[in-house]
Design a protein around this ligand. Structure first.
Ligand code: PLP
Length: 376
């Protein structure tokens, strides 16, 4: 057991769909349509159906999807885009590359998501959009974000890279899936995401057919008629092989999410009475897909090392907030600007969670965690 605990178990997940996946791969190889094969459109339609949106456009990865989304919305150099500082780098990077001005906002210490109460004070005449990131498998608090966006005529981009399959409940009881509420949404099929392919992959979803047309054009070199370039674009495609694999795995997504949620509940229960550990928030109010199971604790680095020595892997998402990264120092932020994010970076620890994890493994992980804490 000690040597077998994995942060993720992609091979175990593959073995359960091996026949279907191998068949799908072989079919693509036999057709030799490696680029823009029929499996690509088929997958886009299936994902659109799963989400209940009008259009899904595939692309090479989630980071490209963000860049293409910003461009599709017509954002121009100098336009301000509000986003959380406790996050993966993609949203700020894509914005910076286009000359947009990233504007950071602190996050909530319970859900790790953007603090909706701190957004309005960052809105200026130059603000054009808000990136609502659904971190670790759980929706950001969308209702107030969508209200603000409407009030100030801002666009909302949902970064759903980590949370495909999550659900948000509005105050009137209406439930919507993440990736269907904003103007445009991005998804990633990086292998460890809720729906992972065997390499890189990404997609954009929207109910706005004009935006969809633009996003498709931008991702295909800005090409209209063949060899007529209507706008500056890029080359960002989902391989046919990846699309074929994703179609097989999309059919299992509900059961993958069920497994993740069950594992999440088990951790919640095992951690219930451990005062040194704060578990992730929200099962009562928000449907969590547990792409990551992130706890907070003091002496995090020491505990992480002791866990490692005892055969329990863990990860730190994220060790530094984006506003303190060298690459974004030019934005002028300093330590102390976003105290919640800065503290979280000292305290967060992601425990192993994936579709194949067993109860015994989870029990071992938490027992080991307890012993480690007791030794401090
Ligand atoms: C994974 C991820 C992305 C995009 O990832 P790619 O590796 O480019 O597919 C974007 N945003 C967040 C929050 C992510 O976790």
């Amino acid at each position: 057991m000690v040597n077998s605990i994995k942060m993720v178990d992609l091979h175990g997940q593959y073995l359960k769909v091996k026949e279907e996946v191998d068949q799908a791969i072989q079919t693509v190889i036999n057709s030799s349509s490696f680029i823009n094969g029929s499996a690509v459109d088929e997958f886009c339609q299936q994902l659109a159906e799963y989400l209940g949106v009008k259009k899904v456009i595939s692309c090479a990865n989630g980071t490209d999807a963000l860049q293409i989304s910003y461009q599709s919305l017509g954002l121009k150099p100098g336009d301000e885009v509000i986003m959380p500082t406790f996050n993966y780098v993609a949203s700020v990077e894509a914005a910076a590359l286009l000359g947009l001005k990233p504007v950071f906002v602190d996050v909530r210490k319970d859900s790790f998501n953007i603090n909706e109460n701190l957004i309005e004070e960052q809105i200026t005449k130059a603000t054009k959009a808000i990136v609502a990131v659904h971190l670790f498998g759980q929706s950001a608090n969308m209702e107030p974000i969508l209200d603000l966006a409407q009030r100030f005529s801002l666009k909302v981009i949902e970064d759903n890279a980590q949370s495909l399959g999550a659900v948000y409940t509005f105050s009137n009881g209406v439930e919507k899936m993440t990736g269907t509420m904003g103007d445009i949404s991005i998804h990633s099929f990086f292998p460890t995401k809720n729906l992972g392919c065997f390499g890189d992959g990404g997609a954009i979803s929207t109910n706005d057919m004009e935006l969809a047309k633009k996003a498709l054009m931008i991702s295909r070199h800005g090409q209209g008629q063949k060899y007529n370039y209507e706008m500056i674009g890029c080359n960002s495609r989902l391989d046919t092989l990846q699309a074929a694999i994703l179609s097989v795995k999309l059919k299992k997504l509900k059961s993958y999410i069920k497994s993740r949620r069950e594992a999440g509940f088990i951790y919640n229960q095992l951690l219930q009475n451990i005062k040194e550990v704060v578990g992730p928030f929200g099962e009562n109010s928000m449907y969590h897909t547990y792409n990551q199971y992130v706890i907070k604790l003091k002496d995090r680095d020491k505990i992480k090392e002791d866990l490692r020595l005892a055969g329990v892997p863990s990860m730190i998402y994220y060790p530094s907030p984006l506003h303190l990264q060298n690459a974004y120092a030019y934005l002028g932020y300093v330590r102390g600007d976003f105290p919640v994010a800065e503290t979280l970076c000292q305290e967060v620890l992601a425990l192993p969670i994936h579709t194949e994890i067993t109860l015994q493994e989870q029990q071992f992980i938490i027992e080991t965690l307890l012993q480690t804490i007791d030794k401090l």
